[in-house]
Every structure is written in C-alpha cells, then in structure tokens.
Design a protein around this ligand. Structure first.
Ligand code: AKG
Length: 275
C-alpha cells in the first residue's frame, strides 16, 4: 500500500532513477514560501544562492518556513513510497538560476560525493517557480542509476552551480535525456546515482528549486566526522547523525551558529562535496 505514488510511479522510479511530476504544494504555499525567500533576499540585498554565509545549503536550519517545507506531508508521503517510513534529511540545497545569468549544472551523480552507505538516498526537488526547458529544469538520463558510482572530475567555473564543478568523467550520450518539467508546487524524486544536469535559464522568471536529500535512518555517512541530520518522519533507531535543532524564530543567532557548524562539517568531512 503506497501513501502518494501509484505503483506505476514507484516502478518508474526504480526503472528510470526518477519520477515526476508529483503534486505537492498548494498555490498558496508556493506563494508564501517564495515570498519569504524573496523578502529575505530583498532585506539582505543578495540572492540566497550567493549569500556569503552559504545559506543556500542546509537552509532548513536557518528559516522556520524552510523547516516547515522539509516536513511537508505530501513531500514525505512520496519519499516514504521509495525509502520507507523512517526518513532523515541529510542535506538541502536551494538552487537558484536568474534569467540570463548563465548558471548551469554539469552531468553528475549525487551519490559519489555524499559518502553515504548503503547508496539509498533520494532527492526531492521542489519547484517554487516554473522549472521547464526555458528556465533550465533538471534533466536526467533514465536508467543511468543502474550503472552505479562513476568517476567524476572537478571542473569549477563561476557559472557552475556545483561547489567544485564535479562533472562525470565519461562522455554522456544526452540524446535520451528527459527534462523533468515541473510547475510551481510540483516535485520530482531522483535517485542518488542517476546522471543529471541542467542548462542556463533562458526564460523570463527565476528558476527556484529546493533539493532536499532524504535517506532512510539506517543509512550511514562514511566520514570520521559526525555529520548532522534531521529526523523528519518515523523513528531513528540508529543515531548515525547528530540531530539538528529546528530554527527558533526567537533566536536567529543560534540558528545561524548551528548552520555554520553543520555546513563546516559537511564540507570538511571529505575533500569534495557536490553541493
Ligand atoms: O537544480 C539543478 O539544476 C540541479 C539540481 C541537482 O543537481 C540536484 O538536486 O541534485
């Protein structure tokens, strides 16, 4: 018995390494979340994607509205259908592309840099604005997750949205690639090993996506550094990750301090990280 996805959608996830579109947020919720994000950007005078405190990563540790979004029942119902009932948030990246800014994401696999074992990790990518071929939606190569982990090379550039520019070393035959077109409020789920990439935004609106990386509670991080994570549903009988506090609106300084600590551990745990 599934909670949100049809059996065909669950089968598509396992066969293709991704499934979309899945309706998750209402129009009111999208307007509220996007409104909160853009009000913060206006107050700070900088895009969240370029915030000097690296707030695009683990944003749920800083903003109460993002802490609410990562626990959204419709997102978690879909995630539970592919991961099971005990769900931990391991990481989060807010992916923003402005019209004409040239930002892109090269072909890569998340699993190679997340250092999780076993390789059970799904990213729920939540569209807070139209994500389509004009605005540079995520594209996947169906079935590529079944190849397992592949070699990557670091190719950093100012417009490459991956921190170290991690790019699959093998040439990727993109003829069979599929655009994961999403309307605001819809989500996609992608497997940690599926090859995926995205092109620059040539549309008229910002492309704002929240990539939430969920793992089942039994999955471990392989670094000697104890990483942080948030149990968002079910039970954690393993305690592989240090629990993350929910941001307290009355104490934003404490939230920022924990965020800095958690991001430091994330980036220092191994030499490279994808996001
Ligand atoms: O948002 C994008 O364009 C890339 C997203 C991505 O690489 C991810 O969610 O793993």
């Amino acid at each position: 018995m599934t909670k949100s996805l049809t059996l065909e959608q669950v089968a598509a996830y396992h066969r293709d390494g991704a499934v979309w579109p899945i309706d998750a947020l209402t129009a009111e919720e999208v307007a509220r979340y996007r409104g909160q994000l853009e009000a913060f950007e206006k107050a700070e005078g900088v895009s969240l994607g370029k915030h000097p405190r690296k707030l695009r990563g683990k944003t749920h540790l800083v903003f109460p509205w993002m802490a609410e979004l990562v626990r959204h029942p419709r997102i978690l119902d879909a995630v539970e259908d592919v991961l099971g009932p005990d769900i931990v948030l391991f990481h989060l990246t807010t992916w923003i592309k402005e019209p004409g800014d040239g930002n892109f994401v090269p072909w890569h696999q998340d699993g190679v840099y997340f250092h999780l074992f076993p390789y059970q990790h799904v990213t729920a990518w939540v569209a807070l604005s139209p994500s389509n071929e004009q605005t540079g939606c995520v594209r996947i190569l169906p079935g590529s997750h079944r190849l397992g982990p592949q070699s990557h090379e670091d190719k950093p550039s100012p417009t490459n949205l991956l921190s170290n520019g991690q790019t699959l070393a093998m040439p990727v035959e993109t003829k069979g690639a599929k655009p994961m077109v999403l309307k605001p409020g819809q989500i996609s789920l992608h497997h940690t090993h599926v090859f995926h990439a995205s092109d620059p935004n040539t549309g008229n609106d910002r492309r704002i996506g929240v990539g939430i990386s969920y793992i089942p509670a039994h999955v471990m991080h392989t670094s000697p550094v104890r990483m942080t994570g948030t149990l968002v549903r079910g039970e954690d009988r393993y305690h592989h990750l240090e629990p993350e506090p929910r941001p307290n609106p009355a104490d934003p300084a404490a939230a920022l301090a924990f965020h800095a600590e958690a991001m430091g551990r994330f980036f220092n745990s191994h030499q490279t990280h994808a996001h």
